[in-house]
Design a protein around this ligand. Structure first.
Ligand SMILES: *[C@@H]1O[C@H](CO)[C@@H](O)[C@H](O)[C@H]1NC(C)=O
Ligand SMILES: *[C@@H]1O[C@H](CO)[C@@H](O)[C@H](O)[C@H]1NC(C)=O
Ligand SMILES: *[C@@H]1O[C@H](CO)[C@@H](O)[C@H](O)[C@H]1NC(C)=O
Length: 385
């Protein structure tokens, strides 16, 4: 009863504000009307003391769930993990495994034996249904993602392949990607996406736990961003950046970083001294003239696999100018910094903050050590320095 009164009160206090509610200004609702808790308004109207379907934490704090009443949780196929909404609801956690379907927000897709490893599997598929036609993106959080490695020489996923289909583009992965995430555009998709996993017969043990969140239009990541990092500091890695890993072939995406309040530029630094290894395309007809006697660094136009970092003096840029102080858009080889200087640190105030990752479809054969990929720490810098 307490909850009911509480909800009614909310309804009464919120109603007078409705005329101010600018429905066309999707992005700014939260900012412009912080006092209005839009997400709970529609639920109030049925006058039942049901908890609002909001995110909650499971009682072991390990997973996110949706706060709903115990009965509803059971009907939807979830499991209760402790109370929420002052005890009026349960934190309902959804999981799905091979050959099942996701039809709830915040659902964990796990290997069949999770939390143990799965062995001897050949395939696994999953259907992901939009819970609402207005869903704009799926966000996949790879909490655990441990599949077979790509071809060591080419980076092509051959033995184990994880493919997400149904959106505008396909997402294809293999190897080790725990801690990574990806946004998948489903705006023009009818209603279902599918995950297909092909798993080789080679005796590989696998483990995965992928949280799938359904993102409405108002909360989507910017167009063209496979990854969207928030926070003033963080770490960016190419897929399968791992010990004994190598970067994947056939990758073409942007890593975006949200510009935080009062921040004007961003600094990138390799995570450690081996954290940038993207082999240049050393075809025979390039790099004839090496003026300085220094070890020739790859010229920007030599990179077949590359990372693109917007830099401040872009207008003045000449592709062959390489050296400290010069700004280079395209990066490959053994160092993020054009002349290999250490410590290597690149600052950019070009917004939006973004790094392009472009690895060719048929990567040239090259030792894995030369193709570890990239791990960068970033830090946003305040405007008034
Ligand atoms: C909305 O309401 C929930 C509780 O129902 C609360 O936890 C949350 O902070 C509120 N959000 C805003 C923006 O007021
Ligand atoms: C799904 O859950 C996320 C995380 O709590 C939330 O931001 C999003 O709005 C939810 N999606 C829908 C359609 O309710
Ligand atoms: C030589 O370089 C040019 C321009 O960089 C390129 O178009 C061409 O394919 C290269 N030729 C060979 C044989 O690699």
């Amino acid at each position: 009863m307490r909850k009911l009164c509480f909800l009614l009160l909310e309804f009464i206090t919120a109603t007078p504000m409705l005329p101010n509610f600018d429905i066309w200004n999707d992005n700014n609702n939260r900012v412009a009307h912080p006092e209005m808790n839009i997400s709970r308004l529609p639920k109030v109207l049925n006058f039942f003391p049901v908890p609002v379907e909001e995110e909650c934490l499971s009682n072991d704090q390990r997973r996110k769930g949706i706060c709903m009443n115990a009965y509803e949780c059971k009907i939807e196929g979830g499991t209760s993990h402790g109370p929420c909404a002052l005890g009026f609801g349960v934190c309902c956690v959804f999981t799905a495994t091979c050959n099942e379907e996701i039809h709830n927000n915040i659902t964990y897709f796990v290997n069949p034996h999770f939390p143990d490893l799965s062995k001897d599997m050949e395939s696994c598929s999953l259907t992901v249904k939009k819970i609402d036609p207005e869903i704009s993106q799926f966000r996949l959080d790879f909490i655990h993602f441990n599949l077979g490695q790509p071809n060591r020489k080419t980076g092509v996923c051959e033995d184990d392949i994880f493919v997400l289909n149904g959106g505008r583009r396909q997402l294809k992965l293999c190897g080790l990607n725990s801690g990574q995430h990806a946004y998948f555009d489903v705006e023009n998709m009818d209603s279902v996406a599918t995950i297909e996993m092909k798993l080789s017969k080679k005796a590989v043990t696998r483990l995965w736990e992928v949280r799938v969140t359904q993102i409405p239009f108002t909360q989507r990541a910017p167009v063209g961003c496979l990854q969207y990092h928030t926070g003033t500091t963080g770490t960016l890695k190419t897929m399968n950046f791992a010990e004994n890993g190598r970067h994947l072939a056939d990758q073409d995406y942007n890593i975006c970083i949200r510009q935080e309040q009062d921040m004007c530029s961003i600094v990138y630094e390799p995570c450690h001294e081996n954290a940038f290894r993207i082999s240049p395309n050393n075809d025979d007809n390039v790099t004839e003239d090496v003026g300085s006697g220094e070890t020739p660094e790859p010229r920007a136009d030599e990179c077949s696999d590359k990372v693109v970092l917007p830099c401040d003096s872009e207008d003045l840029l000449m592709p062959q100018d390489v050296g400290p102080g010069f700004c280079t858009l395209v990066h490959c080889g053994e160092s993020l910094c054009p002349a290999g200087e250490t410590p290597c640190r690149i600052e950019s105030s070009i917004t939006p903050f973004m790094i392009g990752v472009h690895f060719g479809p048929n990567a040239r054969e090259a030792p894995a050590d030369d193709n570890l990929g990239m791990c960068l720490n970033y830090e946003q810098m305040p405007c008034n320095v």
